[in-house]
Design a protein around this ligand. Structure first.
Ligand code: SIN
Length: 327
């Protein structure tokens, strides 16, 4: 892995890494050493990321164990906020993995050539090349989608840990699918509530393997592991019980029982609605941010960055657990 980290937009050697404050101003290690217990405050202060959804805090140190009460607070913030940002972390692969496991069982990505050498549950997302060889998966998910919606048991949460931030861009977009469902007309809700979408690995809007917005290209063997699966178009969230539009762009290629063109037209109409600016939030990373998002209530999309402007993150995706929503 790259042995450089950035504070704000400045690169420093990992050995001299210091936590960045909210202002981007480096904090001294003395301040870090005054933290006595697992986390800085018994009650972390959560700030809003935007009006609609998203919470952030700088009060939790994920390199230290979380007790049951601390986890309960984070879990509530996660399901309530849909996107949870934990600033200024400094984690080993093992510590990042330990935190991710609180959300559910990690599922290694099918693209196994970019698994972290110390932990196969971590996928390295990176546009950095060394000696002409990519260090990670570049341009992953640069279209609105929900992670692992092409699996029968899809993703509960995706966690990204930001290692290198590009000078420009590198943001992730989120779109709130509770709000998108709630705003549909009663007639549209009645129409789609019983419908089941057919999902497969891929981006239905771009199947060109040379394009930067295609779903990351699989080898023959990886592709053979992929199957068609079914999920409700309007899906009940398995934890909160709220209904959200589910993966109406990305892996949804049709609607069960509908002619292909009709199913596709309905999915396209729902996608146009669900990805409108009013449902979106654009997140810009700082080095050390851990971002966790709820795949059952959000669509998300990476954004294209300059391939020569280094961007590296570690990613863990955990699957849903418990009874499956009806489908
Ligand atoms: C992803 O879809 O998991 C990647 C998001 C990003 O790199 O911004």
């Amino acid at each position: 892995m790259a042995n450089l980290a950035r504070i704000g937009r400045t690169t420093v050697p990992f050995g001299q890494f210091q936590k960045a404050g909210e202002t981007g101003r480096p904090m001294g290690t003395a301040a870090r050493n005054t933290v006595p217990a697992a986390n800085a405050r018994a009650q972390p202060a959560f700030g809003k990321l935007c009006e609609g959804f998203g919470l952030q805090t700088s009060d939790v140190d994920l390199s230290r164990p979380l007790d049951a009460a601390a986890w309960e607070r984070l879990s509530r913030a996660f399901f309530g906020g849909q996107v949870l940002v934990l600033r200024n972390q400094r984690l080993s692969a093992a510590q990042f993995h330990h935190f991710a496991r609180h959300f559910g069982p990690p599922e290694p990505h099918v693209i196994d050539q970019f698994h972290h050498p110390d932990n196969a549950d971590i996928l390295i997302l990176s546009n950095v090349q060394r000696d002409g060889r990519p260090l990670g998966l570049a341009d992953a998910g640069t279209y609105f989608h929900s992670d692992y919606s092409y699996l029968d048991v899809p993703a509960r949460a995706t966690l990204l840990y930001s290692i290198e931030v590009p000078r420009k861009g590198g943001d992730t977009l989120f779109a709130n699918q509770y709000a998108a469902y709630d705003d549909l007309s009663s007639a549209m809700k009645a129409r789609i509530d019983p419908l089941v979408a057919l999902h497969h690995y891929g981006n239905r809007d771009d199947l060109d393997p040379t394009s930067r917005t295609v779903a990351s290209v699989l080898s023959g063997e990886q592709g053979r592991k992929m199957q068609w699966v079914r999920h409700r178009v309007a899906r009940r969230h398995p934890v909160t019980g709220r209904t959200a539009l589910y993966a109406v762009s990305g892996s949804s290629f049709g609607i069960e029982g509908m002619p292909d063109d009709e199913g596709r037209a309905l999915l396209d109409e729902l996608k146009q609605h669900a990805t409108q600016e009013k449902y979106r939030y654009r997140f810009s990373y700082g080095v050390g941010d851990v971002v966790v998002w709820d795949n059952a209530s959000l669509l998300h999309s990476a954004t294209l960055t300059d391939p020569s402007d280094a961007r590296t993150l570690w990613r863990i995706t955990v699957k849903e657990t418990g009874p499956k929503p009806p489908h």
